[in-house]
Design a protein. Structure first.
Lengths: 321, 327
């Protein structure tokens, strides 16, 4: 029996509801309908008072769960799409994120953001928001790339006493599977080396981990050994693992699916250059989506985001091929 | 002459509300003076003219049981609810001893675990926050008799957050008071540039909730309306929208001379403190001697709170842990 990425999210939520009485799930259509992506399927039957449909009011939804968290609950807020969290942006970055610093009272809140592009989803159902949220002090931002991380990091996020932005990638929901759901021992804040190598390092996260691995495999037939680092959490960022990898390879490609201006990949390059300029044998590179809204048509969409082919082009440039 | 019970309140509650109004006015006059003397960094935002309705809300709420999100003109409500004067002076003077430790200032203060969140500047945001506090209690099964309240001005009613929060509270039928104090100006913007309905209380119908409308300068009416709203909320009546009409008797902040308020509005206005004082005397709720004593006592307590805070240290940047996440 295998389990998918979305099933892992479902499983984690079910276990949290069972084991932790303070947990509740709030969001649009999460009740008897089971959520737009079925992440809460059947859960309201078992926990009718703790899996609750919200009105279409992202600002108030976020404000509501913040207040509940201050009162001792551990809410999971499901945004139907990460894109819609822009409506809740004020509550998340100004209310939740400032709360501990201003008042000394923590907000144990998890916001689930179904993120990233899928073919045909278009400009408003495809965005990646991790860079925006990571910009603000007071938030933890995680980007699970594997089924085990989707499960383990959600459970860890909900039990954290700080607000966590949990970016789950929709493209991984159904095709990414694992045979056995293991609790990943790596805590939030630690990156993982997905694939060891010695010629160049790709630092990436979320769905792009899999595209980077494909690119690395394609280059391996020519004898190139590309190391792929999965950040797992973009904030806090595990600079130690990144630096150790760059020290081994001397070359860095920071790869992300979100827009190119600023953001996680810029932060990775900036921190590596500032801390380890002497480790670099070549100028570090970044590869992101194109600097346009995410297009609707599958052919445009596929060319908008980094692909194994475009990652190989970047890596060849980095390797001076 | 009316009995206190005619307003639905005990005599003690009415006296408490009045005393909170006096204390608030004394405190705010002092804060204004400190600001003008350059002793306060940042803005000073006063509730002059809004004390009656604000104090009425703070009085009908029970600290330790209810939750209350005051806004910028709610010193009277905060005082009535039980906020210590030292919390005010320490925060306004930026002292590390205050609840915000110098990390936030002036009216952005609170004690969330004691039922009073610290407001953010973005208007309307506190409504859903209070709704969430009540929701969590109800989910846990310990809502009991507790209610929540959040206050707004006419300007805040134009925000999406206010609408979303009010609708959410209505859908969840939460025991809440949503107080809208229409003080005629949102900073400088008059009502006719803010909303198009005849009276904001008509919005209650659209949300499917109860609405109350009161003259915010009439202290006893404020006490009566607010107690009725609180009782309705406690008795399962769901959210209660209370709209109070007043004129803001000061600028938006003490930096603002409010020249945009037409003279005729000043001429037609009355100060709720004067009205309340007359009401206390006319109904034998307090004697003149007692009122004088309340005033001198309030003045002394304000002086003391300022003096204590002034002697205390400001935050040391080398001592702040500069951490936005708790461990």
């Amino acid at each position: 029996m295998s389990i998918t990425y979305i099933e892992a999210i479902h499983q984690a939520q079910k276990e949290l509801l069972t084991e932790v009485p303070e947990v509740f799930i709030y969001g649009q259509d999460v009740g008897s309908f089971g959520g737009a992506f079925k992440a809460t399927q059947g859960l309201s039957d078992e926990f009718p008072d703790r899996v609750v449909d919200s009105p279409i009011s992202e600002d108030a939804m976020a404000g509501m769960v913040i207040g509940a968290a201050v009162e001792g609950a551990r809410p999971i807020l499901e945004m139907q799409f990460a894109d819609f969290s822009s409506v809740a942006f004020n509550q998340i970055v100004n209310q939740a994120a400032t709360h501990y610093y201003r008042t000394g009272v923590q907000v144990p809140l998890t916001v689930r953001l179904p993120s990233g592009g899928t073919p045909g989803s278009g400009p408003f159902h495809s965005q990646n928001m991790e860079s925006l949220y990571a910009h603000y002090p007071g938030l933890v931002v995680v980007t699970p790339a594997t089924v085990a991380d989707a499960y383990g990091m959600l459970k860890e996020a909900v039990m954290m006493d700080n607000p966590v932005i949990y970016c789950e990638h929709k493209f991984l929901y159904r095709w990414l599977r694992t045979d056995e759901l293991k609790y990943n021992a790596l805590p939030i804040g630690q990156a993982r080396i997905v694939r060891p190598g010695k010629h160049a390092t790709v630092v990436t996260y979320s769905a792009m981990v899999h595209e980077a691995v494909k690119a690395a495999e394609m280059l391996s037939s020519d004898g190139w050994e590309i190391e792929v680092v999965d950040l797992r959490s973009v904030k806090p960022i595990d600079l130690d693992t990144i630096m150790a990898s760059v020290a081994r390879t001397g070359r860095l490609l920071a790869l992300g699916e979100s827009y190119p201006w600023g953001g996680v990949t810029a932060e990775v390059v900036s921190q590596v250059v500032a801390e380890g300029f002497h480790l670099l044998d070549a100028p570090p590179m970044r590869l992101n989506s194109k600097d346009t809204p995410v297009p609707y048509h599958p052919d445009l969409w596929a060319a908008h985001r980094p692909t194994p082919e475009s990652i190989i082009v970047s890596l060849k440039h980095l390797l001076r091929l | 002459m009316v009995e206190a019970s005619a307003t639905g309140n005990s005599l003690e509650n009415i006296q408490h509300g009045f005393k909170s109004m006096i204390t608030s006015r004394m405190l705010e006059n002092k804060l204004s003076a400190l600001y003008k003397a350059g002793k306060i960094v940042g803005g000073v935002y006063l509730g002059k003219g809004q004390e009656a309705i604000s104090a009425a809300l703070g009085t009908v709420l029970q600290k330790g049981q209810d939750v209350y999100a005051p806004l910028i003109r709610d010193q009277a409500g905060r005082t009535a609810f039980g906020e210590e004067l030292l919390d005010v002076t320490r925060t306004y003077l930026g002292k590390v001893t205050g609840p915000m430790k110098g990390r936030d200032g002036n009216i952005h203060r609170g004690r969330p675990t004691e039922g009073m969140p610290a407001m953010i500047s973005h208007l309307g945001a506190s409504l859903s926050y209070i709704a969430g506090m009540l929701f969590a209690r109800r989910m846990r099964g310990d809502l009991g008799d507790s209610i929540g309240a959040a206050t707004f001005g006419d300007g805040a009613t134009s925000t999406g957050a206010f609408h979303e929060g009010l609708n959410l509270a209505a859908v969840e039928k939460l025991p809440m008071i949503i107080l809208v104090v229409n003080n005629c100006f949102a900073y400088s913007t008059p009502n006719d540039r803010q909303f198009a309905c005849a009276n904001l209380v008509s919005r209650a119908e659209g949300y499917g909730i109860a609405g109350h409308h009161v003259d915010g300068t009439d202290f006893l009416k404020c006490m009566e309306t607010m107690e009725a709203a609180a009782q309705a909320a406690r008795n399962g009546g769901g959210p209660q929208l209370v709209v109070a009409d007043v004129l803001r008797l000061c600028g938006h902040g003490e930096h603002d001379d409010a020249k945009y308020i037409p003279q005729e509005m000043w001429d037609q206005s009355r100060d709720c403190i004067d009205v309340a004082e007359a009401q206390m005397l006319a109904n034998n709720f307090l004697t003149q001697e007692q009122i004088d004593s309340i005033k001198s006592d309030a003045k002394a307590r304000v002086q003391e709170a300022v003096a204590i805070a002034q002697r205390e240290p400001t935050p040391d940047p080398r001592q702040d842990d500069w951490k936005a996440l708790g461990s």
